[in-house]
Design a protein around this ligand. Sequence first.
Ligand code: GDP
Length: 452
Amino acid sequence: EGQDVGVGPKHQKEVVDGVVASTFEEGSCISRHQSHLYRKASPYKPSSYLKSKLRDYEDLHRTCKFHYKTMKNNDTKSSNKSDDDDGARNCKYLIWTSFDGLGNRMVSLASAFLYAILTHRVLLVKFQTDMNGLFCEPFPDSSWLLPKDFPHWEDQNQNQSSFRVLHLRHTNNEHYDFFHCVHTQQLLQKIPVLILESNQYFVPLLFSIPSFRKHLIKMFPVKDTIFHHIGHYLFHPSNEAWHFITKFYQAHLANVNEKIGLQIRVFDTERKPHQAILNKILSCSFKHKLLPVLSSPLKNHTSKAIFIASLYSEYREKLRSMYMANTSVESNEVIGVYQASHEEYQNSNDNKHNMKAWSEIYLLSLCDELVTTSFSSFGYVAQSLGGLKPWILKWSYGEQPVNPPCEEAMSMEPCFHYPPKHDCRNNSIVNVTSFFHYTRHCEDFGNGVKLV
Ligand code: GDP
């Protein structure tokens, strides 16, 4: 049982054709070489301009890797440079720091990487122990981990001239109201070290800056593939996560006709209206023929797996008892209901908890169809990695049914929940979509914007 997971020369081509550099040694990151055995080939190919930008970035990362050692906290113009430092003299850094859940972290990290590419900065990540060992190193011959002896690791005192903290968290909305203004970018350009504090997918913001936009359009001719490509480049499950993912996949998902992923995030944790949410999921799934209606006999040779990602086990139990009672082995009608964990509560400071979250995001992304929860970046990451437009469950509090229960996403991009409202051109407050190019208001959160 299970599928062929052998990796030989015949499989190398896929790695080379994608966004990933071909120079990686295989054992250090098995998923980078095996993921195409689990995932359908993406219909979205990276542009050659994107690939060349990524290769340029990798060179920059390599060149600047150790340059920080010559930087001083207050002065980045080190006096005793050797000739070897010439190439590194202008090294500038963007340091990513983590906030909120894993989905939020991944969407802000992807945005940070794109900003680093566009501004010729080296991206370094300040992972605490809760983020250790989730992902492989993304850049060849180099590390993206912020070295412990990097200046400013401990001391984030704003009075130093050589760095600034960039607040792009939704709680600091007023700070990033001016981030997209040309003038702000000109000022930021001069600062050697930027420390990013963000939980947002701020890629649409980058599109509103003209000098960035022209590169972004060339890099991503198909606008809604940005996280899809950047995510596939950056986020490869570590060997530990890959072991968990592939073991689960082979046990439950490998041999079915269709995999339906249900991502069930409960924001109303006071009341946890499980039954109302389940009703919404069922009416969405029946309406769009994702799951068979129980009163009608199941078709012969149907084999579907329902993969549930949720902090709670109630959904699995209810769906399992519904379908178990109605399946018949003789006619090969099988609907399996599976869940990899049920953690009960969010615990984003715990490494093992994040490992499960990452594995489940990845497993969702391997499904053929997705039903996701409004406003959840956990679901956004899964859909974009999977190249899927999910059915998004309509937002509702309490027990009242909503009609329609769900809506198909316009695009697979994550939603930028809290865009700024400031129009730099005439210093006024505007409806955001009027200056965000290629965007619409998000289906699941009207204040937000997403690329389509
Ligand atoms: P969001 O809050 O829904 O936008 O998504 P985030 O990923 O940013 O934060 C939610 C966090 O709660 C996740 O990162 C996990 O730590 C936890 N969590 C929520 N749903 C699930 C789930 O289905 N499975 C697991 N393992 N953890 C979850």
